[in-house]
Design a protein around this ligand. Structure first.
Ligand code: AMP
Ligand code: TRP
Length: 354
């Protein structure tokens, strides 16, 4: 009996500037996974329409995220880089998942509640159904692993719920067509068409916090630009933001347990660890007992040395939009071939004549 071959998929929305949270929570992991896995990385332009319908510069935003992927070290020849809308099978499978998923599941999503705010009746239907499209992005490739930041955990649990419900609702037809793959669900061996995807969230900075408030996530939408480090910030700006980052008056603790209850210190140590591919323990072993006045310059230097080459390369790539468009077209073609294979099976499983 065959098994699912390991495949990594992840997506980033083309809305607003990328920041250090996107880099450490997602893109840096995308880069690292290339060495051991086949990877598909997607700029999810259809998702960008869910919270705000009209974007004046969606094309350029899509190119900017693509440039960030490439500048950070993603190899679009060895792996696949493309924009979602080029492969219409994502939207086709999302419709089917809209009929598999339950409204109650969508209503419980914290991202929906946050983004819809008080006036839920007035949110787009797309914003509510967003996780169904996200599940389709992943499962149209039958991807097994998804690197994301901590905020996407709930969406990935929902992706597993959708896969599991599809596998069980259609189990008879999957068996009849011999399209099932064996997998372990807990202790149980089951047969299904879609894998139960694993999130890859671990690492020292799964949730990078605001530099102004260690209890709030670093985010594109924070009104204060001092709260985040953008991938396009120059060296002086990065240093200034780290210098002004909120801290408490104590020196760094002597062990990692001492970071508990000190969100700003914990955040900066996590950032240092993630940027240098070390654990928080190792960072504390080096800097424990030191004042922030000593730690912050070291952090600035490290952040500049990692981020500056990326922003320089991003700008270079953005000077040649035709090259970027070529990468997306080539990636779209290769992704489309895999997605169409899945959709042929799915149409047969459901009974859609094609
Ligand atoms: P988005 O820009 O919302 O499409 O997010 C792209 C990726 O960055 C997703 O995998 C998010 O989980 C991740 N991400 C966004 N903000 C943060 C953050 N503050 N810390 C860690 N990861 C984040
Ligand atoms: N929802 C993700 C975010 O906001 C973006 C996304 C869309 C995604 N489709 C995906 C991430 C599939 C991983 C896999 O960050």
């Amino acid at each position: 009996m065959s098994e699912f071959s390991p495949l990594v998929f992840s997506g980033v929305q083309p809305t607003g500037n990328l920041h250090l949270g996107n880099y450490l929570g997602a893109i840096r992991k995308f880069v690292a996974l290339q060495a051991s896995r086949n990877c598909i990385y997607c700029v999810v332009d259809l998702h960008a329409m869910t919270a705000q319908l009209v974007h004046e510069d969606l094309e350029d935003q899509t190119r900017a995220i693509t440039a960030a992927f490439l500048a950070a070290g993603i190899d679009p020849k060895a792996h696949i880089v493309f924009n979602q809308s080029r492969v219409p099978q994502h939207a086709e499978l999302a419709w089917i998942f809209n009929c598999v998923a339950r409204i109650g599941w969508m209503n419980r999503m914290t991202q929906f509640k946050d983004k819809a705010g008080k006036d839920r009746e007035n949110a787009s239907l797309g914003l509510l159904a967003y996780p169904s499209l996200m599940a389709a992005d992943i499962l149209v490739y039958r991807a097994t692993h998804v690197p994301v930041g901590d905020d996407q955990k709930q969406h990935l649990e929902l992706t597993r719920d959708i896969a599991q419900k599809f596998n069980s609702d259609f189990s008879a037809r999957i068996a009849k067509l011999s399209l099932g793959v064996e997998m372990m669900v807990g202790e149980e061996r089951v047969n299904g068409y879609f894998p139960l995807t694993e999130p890859l969230i671990e690492g020292p900075a799964p949730r990078v916090m605001s530099l102004r408030d260690g209890t709030k996530k670093m985010s594109k939408s924070d009104v204060s630009d001092l709260s985040r480090i953008n991938l396009t910030d120059d060296a002086d700006t990065i240093s200034k933001k780290i210098r002004k980052a909120k801290t408490d008056p104590e020196p760094l603790p002597g062990d990692v347990e001492g970071l508990a209850g000190r969100p700003e210190a914990d955040n900066l140590v996590g950032i240092y660890a993630a940027l240098s591919d070390r654990s928080k323990e190792e960072v504390i072993a080096e800097f424990g007992g030191r004042q922030f006045s000593a730690f912050k310059p070291a952090l600035s230097e490290l952040a500049v040395s990692v981020l500056s080459p990326i922003s320089v390369q991003m700008r270079r790539l953005l000077d040649d939009p035709a090259y970027i468009d070529g990468v997306l077209a080539d990636g779209g073609e290769r992704a489309g071939a895999i997605a169409e294979k899945t959709m042929k099976d799915v149409r047969a499983i459901i009974g859609l004549l094609a």
